[in-house]
Design a protein around this ligand. Sequence first.
Ligand code: NDP
Ligand code: MN
Length: 384
Amino acid sequence: MSTMSFSIPRLTYYGAGALEQLATLDGKRAAIVTGGSSMKRFGFLDQAAELLKKAGIESIVIDGVEPNPSVDTVIRGGKEMAAFQPDWIVAIGGGSALDAAKVMWCFYEYPELKFEEIIEPGSMPPLRNKARFIAIPSTSGTASEITAFSVITDTKNHIKYPIVAADMVPDIAILDPAIPATMPPHITANTGMDVMAHAVEAIASTAATAFTDPYAIQAIKMVIDNLPTAYAQGDNMEARLAMHEASALAGMAFTNASLGLVHSMAHKIGGEFGVTHGLANAILMPYVIAYNRKFTNKYAYAEKLLGVKDLGQTVLELNKKLGIPASFVTCDEVDFSEKKFLAVLDRMSQHAFEDPCTLTNPGKPTAADVKELFEQAYYGKALH
Ligand code: NDP
Ligand code: MN
């Protein structure tokens, strides 16, 4: 037996109008961090600045965070913060904007720090000397608003670094369903299946506990019940709120229980082919569930509580409703040519095997097992 810990944001506001809580903050200056143009275009950026003004808080906007944010972007943001000296950082946008804002925060607090010095998990010095952090997600997917994780890319060397630091768990998360409601259907589908993957992997993780299981089970239930509606009727606010909540709940589970092979493999096939993270997860999940089943009774446990026969089958049926194919060879988001697949397969399998998420996958998968799973998911091995 050993001592464990469970950490989540101190405060989560959720429900219609939750964004308005910005008007109740105590502070002087806020740096609003966002992605490309979506938050500006749909009026949420102006709304946030206006609400902060009501609270007597002056704000600046740090924008232009790209999908898969780079080291350069987070260093630039840290400098812009240092020039303005905010006491709040308000990150609003997709996982990319939230992730970037977390590491900008670190460079604002420690301007002399180098990116290399925060790569080792647990090496980030204590935050909250200068500012606190609010996360307002605009996708229902990564759960960066809940987690201790941030993914930053070294664009020169094409390496994605997962930065892990308990201090990066935001102080406040705001889940307002009006914000993800502007997502187009394909982003709703892909990010929604990322939620499913977080919950399914947190359940089966070797680090799952009685503290993490309930969040994961509830998240799976809400995804099954609401993702097809959020996808087909984007303006259904009940389904949008349920998916936003499910994302955060899954985040509470996986930030504490970690993940497994679906994510290990999605990270690497994403790196090789550029396929969207949630889409890769969605395609991989049924194969990994089928493989893992012999090492864990946790799927059976979840299936009993959820009243479903086979979680893998449930994922396949969801994918079908969302227009997500059952294999990579039939996926046309990017070019999945067999020639390239065969050329990268060994390297990709070895890298996925070495991914930190593999450590908490049930059983002891080998690099050869990972390769076989890639082959099954690429060619679409019949599962039933
Ligand atoms: P992104 O933040 O990358 O956003 C994807 C696209 O969706 C962007 O073009 C963005 O536009 C657009 N968009 C976002 N919200 C809306 C909206 N409400 N309406 C219309 N368009 C919208 O996507 P994700 O949230 O999936 O985040 C992916 C990132 O998160 C990756 O960098 C990944 O590595 C990382 N990640 C982080 C994890 C963590 O634990 N922290 C876990 C897993 C992945 P625009 O830029 O204009 O706003
Ligand atoms: Mn994910």
